[in-house]
Every structure is written in C-alpha cells, then in structure tokens.
Write a protein that binds this ligand. Structure first.
Ligand SMILES: [Zn+2]
Length: 285
C-alpha cells in the first residue's frame, strides 16, 4: 500500500451505481467511505436533497448527533456544526461570480481539512467520496494535498434515463419525457468528459456499470491494482456496515444482493426510437 493518503472520487451521473461501488469499496479495512461530501453542509442544515431520510447520516443519527461526524468537528475545532454552511463547489457565473469563487475556495479548503481529519480519525489510507459532481471533483483534484484519483463510472444511458423516469414518478416530480431525459443524460456525460480533459489520464479509472457484473472480482482486483489497496473478496450483498455516509441511493438502507438489474431492457424495447437513439449515443461515448 502506498504511504500517501489516497482519495477515490466517483464521478458519474445519478442512478449509475455510484453507491454500489462505494459500498463494495467500503468493505476494505483500508478504506473509509464518506458518501457524497458535496451534500454534507445540506445534511447538517437539513436543506436540499436528503429529505427522504431526514438528512440523517447512514448510521441513522442526525449530522449533529452522529458520533463519527462529531469526532470530525472536534478534530477541526468546530464547536457548532451549524457553522458549516457550504461544502459545495459550483461553477462561478454571472454577476456573483467573484463571490462564488471565494465561496468555492473556502469550501475546497474546508473539504481538504475534513478529508485530513477523517484520515487521522480512522487510520485508513484510502477515502472514497461518491459525490459524483464533475466540477466539484475536478476542483478538489487540482493542487490536492492528497493522492487524488477518479473512478469515472458510466452506465447505459437508456438504463439511467428509465431509472430516473421511474424515480421522478415515484416522488411525484414534474413529468419529463424519456427522450428529453436521454438527451440530458448524454449532455451530462459530455460535461464529465470535458471536465476530465484537464485531469491526468493516469489518475482516472474508467468503469462501465455493466462490466462490474460480468466479473465483480476482476473489477475489484483491477481497482486494487490501479489505486494501490489490497484486494479482498467481493461482498455478495450491498449493505451498510457501521458506515457514516452522506446521501446515496435510498436502496442502500436495505440489504440487497449485488446483481445486474436488467428491468430497463424490456421498457426500452417497447420504445424503438428511444432504444436506438440511446444505443447510438452510448456508442458515441
Ligand atoms: Zn453516522
């Protein structure tokens, strides 16, 4: 194992299996997973995404009460966690660009301190961050004091679109057509690609969601070689195990067998135009 503390940052679209990868990696004794650190301040303040689990830590406690996160605040001499108001780094735009740049640099400095505190508290040498966001991840990457690496996780655009469509329906969100979702997901993929152009290729592990299930152990062994951690047996189930992670898919709360979810395929077959367009966009990359 390398001496230097390593961050594995999962960059992906939503509904692409980032929680699954994070969960598999968190089973290594060398690794600690924080979930989506991008949403940490939102979970502390109870605003933004996370209302479905009342913005609690995955251990079930609130971010004010969780034992693990309290150790982090203590390490950073933060007596009131509510003073953590921004852990997001977003592209500066328009007339507030200057202020946003300042906020971004504050958030970056805070996140690096949080990462450092977690390494110290856990004695782990690898930290997994599944924030997914491209701009946030690449901003943390540049001039990082850590050995900062990416998993660029991609899933079939049709599967992502259908999964998002179903989730929107379930949570009574505004109805958006499948073609529109497909194009939006393709644009998201392009955005990730553009952001990764400024990242050293040797720092990016490219992973297709579908490939994981062909030979999960091989995928894990490849990751262990790439990131420099010791390999171990792939778990059979996705389950929380004394984790203190922020956000992620709702499915993480129930123990589920790790297997390929092909339910989207029959839905796609019934929509030939969507199916072919998705196929072509996948091929373009
Ligand atoms: Zn917790």
């Amino acid at each position: 194992m390398k001496e230097r503390q390593t961050i594995i940052y999962i960059m992906s679209n939503q509904r692409s299996g980032s929680t699954l990868i994070e969960n598999i990696l968190s089973k290594s004794p060398q690794m600690v997973s924080v979930g989506e650190s991008f949403l940490l301040s939102g979970h502390i303040q109870k605003i933004g995404p996370g209302s479905a689990w009342d913005w609690n830590c995955s251990c079930g406690s609130s971010l004010m009460e969780c034992e693990f996160w309290n150790k982090v605040y203590q390490k950073l001499n933060i007596s009131d966690p509510l003073t953590i108001t921004n852990t997001m780094i977003v592209p500066p735009k328009g007339k507030d660009a200057r202020r946003q740049k300042e906020m971004n640099s504050e958030a970056k400095s805070l996140m690096n301190q949080i990462y450092g505190a977690i390494f110290e508290i856990t004695n782990c040498c690898v930290l997994v961050d599944s924030s997914k966001e491209a701009y946030y991840g690449t901003s943390l990457y540049h001039n990082s004091p850590f050995n900062f690496k990416f998993i660029h996780l991609k899933r079939d655009l049709r599967a992502v679109s259908i999964s998002k469509y179903n989730w929107r329906k379930k949570y009574n969100r505004k109805d958006v057509g499948l073609i529109k979702l497909l194009l939006a997901n393709y644009l998201h993929r392009l955005k990730c690609k553009i952001m990764l152009r400024r990242v050293d290729k040797s720092d990016v592990f490219n992973l297709n969601y579908e490939e994981i299930f062909i030979n999960p152990q091989k995928t894990l062994n490849d990751m262990s070689k790439f990131f420099g951690f010791d390999s171990y047996d792939v778990p059979e189930y996705m389950e929380l195990n004394n984790d203190h992670t922020i956000a992620g898919t709702l499915n993480r709360f129930k123990k589920t067998k790790i297997k390929y979810d092909d339910r989207w395929e029959s839905v796609a077959k019934k929509r030939p135009f969507f199916n072919v367009l998705g196929y072509v966009l996948n091929k373009i990359g």
